[in-house]
Design a protein around this ligand. Structure first.
Ligand code: GLN
Length: 555
């Protein structure tokens, strides 16, 4: 494959060793934020070794949240870290899986593009990977490429081979290899162990990659002697051995890495000259997080109560809402199944605000609806997101508008009042086409995905939160508010506060005679950042704080 580098973009490749879940995505995001703080432009790419074409069809239990981008890509949750820590905007080209790479190679083969040749992992798959990476060449100063999985995994090999080749193609001054490993602390011995790191670097060397910088995840700071030892065995300079210490808040990571000099090392090795870093905003942020003036408890009623990774962005957006209000947000996951079987009310009573997040499938539905009834009747601030909004509409229809048995057709196809249903035909603003779909359409194809404009009705909670008339938010759902019931529900008191510009899609609903009750069809959590908390999360947390205050005064 012929490569003509633009000589504008430098590439940092991040691999992981020893074991997974060391926080490679966070490390990549933090490095991006440090480079931005020095005036550089950055972007990211995640290369995931699994065979699914994208994580859209994967169970969040296994893979964590599916993160949605403006352009409607269903991506790995690391995209969320990248966007939260930097100004980079992620899209389809920022996340590739083995499946997607193979898919395009196989399509080419079927079209006869390989002219009768034997199609092989090297060079055809590796070239396709390189092509994917090089799409970023010329777009920014630094592109940070994260290789999913752990060095030594069979399935990651083509990616490792591709980045090895890229060093040759692009040149030393345009490429940098960072390897993230674990330096475990062994309690009984009272010391940290470097052997796993040595082994993992050896494994990387066997693939032809000598790391330039080692980032070592550890519970205790590595002293100079240890760094020297690791440096010696792994063939790097002692200054290039970076302690990646465990932190209380993930937003401390940029600061800790900066103290270790990681940005200096990167810039030096890539031959980049920049001004001094502007890390004040991160210091102020961490100070705020660590010194909250208030505490607030938010109950989340969902299907995946056990696995925080499934609600990554949601969790972060709530933390951001807390930051905006100088509050620490305590999250209480309440099992919808438990509520469904009649228990758990006392848990709801301990919450200052209740949130029903997005979800698919019927498990725990009646439990979630019970949580919504509780919030509505007891004037507890309520925030419904996607499925949470749909169920708020169902709850209102059943209990206030007296449409007995009202439901979403996703959850009860035979409901007499399908207040949430599958819109057969709708005009897609994003594609400029009228989309047609029904129950038999291809599963993935029928989702409304990505950013859509929404017009807000002045004077509503939504309009006051955003302070704007038209907004854009990201969607990932099939079912929609059924306009056939709009008048009846509005007459009964439901406030439609946001719609698509042509008014065919209801995007936000609220209640008037309630301190704060709002449901939105989109996922605002994908656009919240610690430095720029999302207005809906900010206002929801504020309302919850006020509710807590009022409760205290009554007591
Ligand atoms: N299951 C619902 C739908 O498809 C909601 C999806 C979601 O919450 N993301 O419309």
């Amino acid at each position: 494959m012929k490569i003509q580098p633009t000589k504008k973009t430098k590439f940092i490749f991040i691999t992981g060793g020893v074991l997974s879940s060391l926080g490679k995505g966070l490390a990549a995001a933090a490095i991006g934020s440090l480079l931005e703080s020095r005036g550089m432009t950055v972007t990211f790419q995640k290369l995931d070794p699994y065979i699914n074409v994208d994580p859209g069809t994967m169970n969040p239990f296994q893979h964590g949240e599916v993160y949605v981008t403006d352009d409607g890509a269903e991506t790995d949750l690391d995209m969320g870290h990248y966007e939260r820590y930097t100004n980079a905007v992620m899209a389809q080209i920022n996340n590739y899986t083995s499946g997607r790479i193979y898919y395009s190679v196989i399509m080419k083969e079927r079209r006869g593009e390989y002219l009768g040749g034997t199609v092989q992992v090297i060079p055809h798959i590796t070239d396709e990977i390189k092509r994917a990476v090089l799409q970023l060449d010329g777009t920014v100063d630094v592109a940070i490429i994260e290789i999913g999985g752990t060095i030594g995994d069979i399935e990651g090999l083509p990616f490792v081979e591709a980045i090895r080749q890229l060093r040759g193609d692009l040149g030393r001054e345009y490429t940098l290899f960072i390897h993230l490993t674990l330096v475990p602390y062994i309690k009984t011995a009272g010391e940290v162990k470097t052997k796993p790191t040595q082994h993992s670097v050896k494994e990387l060397l066997a693939s032809g990659i000598q790391p330039d910088i080692l980032m070592c995840r550890t519970e205790v700071p590595l002293n100079a002697d240890l760094k020297k030892k690791i440096a010696l065995f792994c063939n790097v300079e002692p200054e290039s051995v970076i302690t990646a210490i465990d932190v209380d808040s993930i937003y401390e990571v940029p600061l800790r890495l900066h103290e270790e000099g990681v940005d200096d090392r990167i810039l030096e090795k890539l031959g980049i000259w920049t001004g001094a870093p502007h890390i004040r905003p991160w210091q102020e942020l961490v100070h705020k997080i660590k010194n909250p003036k208030h505490t607030v408890t938010i109950g989340i009623t969902g299907k995946y109560v056990d696995l925080k990774e499934s609600y990554k962005s949601l969790h972060e957006a709530l933390v951001h809402g807390g930051i905006a209000n100088e509050a620490r947000v305590e999250l209480k996951y309440i099992s919808a199944d438990e509520l469904e079987s009649g228990g758990g009310i006392e848990q709801l009573e301990e919450c200052d605000g209740i949130l029903v997040p997005g979800g698919f499938g019927s498990r725990g539905t009646e439990g979630k609806i019970r949580a919504i009834t509780h919030a509505r009747q007891n004037r507890v601030p309520f925030f419904g997101i996607c499925l949470g909004m749909q169920l708020a509409v169902v709850e209102f229809a059943r209990n206030i508008a007296k449409l007995e048995g009202a439901h979403s057709t996703e959850l009860d196809p035979g409901t007499p009042y399908p207040v949430i249903y599958l819109m057969k035909e709708w005009f897609d603003f994003r594609t400029g086409k009228t989309e047609v779909r029904d129950e038999n359409s291809d599963m993935g194809g029928t989702l409304r995905l990505g950013a859509y404009p929404c017009r807000l009705i002045p004077g509503t909670l939504a309009a006051r939160a955003y302070g704007e008339e038209e907004i854009s938010e990201r969607h990932r759902h099939r079912y929609e508010f059924n306009n056939e019931f709009r008048e009846r529900l509005e007459e009964a008191g439901l406030v439609v506060s946001g719609t698509s510009p042509d008014e065919t899609l209801v995007e936000i609903v609220e209640l008037d005679d309630h301190p704060w009750f709002l449901g939105c069809q989109f996922h605002p959590e994908f656009k919240s950042k610690p430095m720029k908390p999302h207005p809906l999360f900010r206002d929801f947390i504020r309302a919850a704080l006020e509710a807590r205050q009022a409760q205290k005064e009554r007591a």
